[in-house]
Design a protein around this ligand. Sequence first.
Ligand code: HEM
Length: 416
Amino acid sequence: MPRSTELLGGLLLGLAALVVSGGAAGQAAQQGQSAGSPAAPVRSMEDLAPPAQQGGIQGQNIFDVKPEVKPDASSDPDYMKQSNAERNKVQPGNSGPMWHAIARGVEGYSSLPKSQAPEAGILIQPPVQYPGSRMTTAGEAWRQVRNNWLIPYGGALVLIALGALAIFYFSRGPIGHHDAVGGGGRRIERFTPFERSAHWANAIAFSILAISGLVMAFGKFFLLPVLGGALYGWLTYALKNLHNFAGPVFAVSLVIVLITFVRDEFPQSGDLRWMLKLGGVFRKSGQELPAHRFNAGEKVVFWIGAFVLGLIAVASGLVMDHLIPNLVYDRGTMQIAHMVHAVATVLMMTLFALHIYLGTIGYRGAYTAMRHGYVDEAWAQEHHAYWHEDIKAGRIAAHRSQPPAAAGDVETARPA
Ligand code: HEM
């Protein structure tokens, strides 16, 4: 037989032997044949059963087999009770016990004096649940409140307020027909120099605080991509210092503003009607409802915006500046002060966006009145009819800071 035919015959015989021996090999595997034996084909889960070795369990499948664990340091039943020093002996470099203790709030040693740093030995604060956070370590809980609530919803509120004012301005336009002066009648002193300087000191400080606060809280979303890290870093650093400087100026001027204006901010007759009809701004005729020196809307902004929210913002700001004596300045205090400050100032910015809008482009003549102090009777009659009546009747002085002659108390009637 030629050599090639011999080879082919051999191959065919070998193949046939393989096919015939398939079932036998499976059986052999079941009976514990050695690893050197040919592998049995896998047809079902049963085929995955481990070889029945001596002492092995017939029919046991792969899911019942426990992986063999080589004993090491962690197999010691007292492993979890080990101190950091003990752990380091059996597993050099493993400082697990120390970190577990820190997470449980166990105090460690710190060279900082406790009088100055009450939490010096506590690296991670114990768990707490702040409103809106999960129950977790306090730093993480604060982070969740800030990132999940304050930033998205606070930012949305400010944007919605600005958008609503823009829509109002473009659909309704400025309120009123008369400028502060030039409409006719006597000049009336609306704000004394003292009232104006207190107001503007407060307004300027507020504007600095609002802009710097907005950049610190939201700047990374709209300024960082434009300015880049280096410039944005310097800007926020500068604004943070400006914020800390303007804060006390705002606090002092706010108290002066509150004391200066409070006597004309209490509810009076006609305020409720004014409020229910929003002063008549949406009336077709454009005629406003009568108001006293300050209308009901101004009074709401005064009490809610300046008094309640303003004082909360100042108090929480002073806490964050460590300026309130005898207070324990630990991280929990700072976290709570920060969350209170953020809520109060976002609400305040929303309300004062309305105040600033009305005090600049929203109300004809209002800005001039606060800038120069004077309005004429036409303006007073149009926006503050009750106040005008009181002045005409002599119940309220038309000039409070200087005599009428010095104030230029002359007719300012428009030419016919
Ligand atoms: C850039 C910011 C501000 C501008 C442009 C502004 C403008 C004005 C104007 C024009 C008036 C006169 C309104 C009228 O004649 O009835 C006024 C009144 C007043 N402003 Fe401002 N203001 C600003 C910020 C502030 C701030 C931050 C506060 C206090 C937290 C404040 C408190 C007051 C108070 C108490 C009055 C008296 C009448 C009222 O209660 O509305 N203002 N403001």
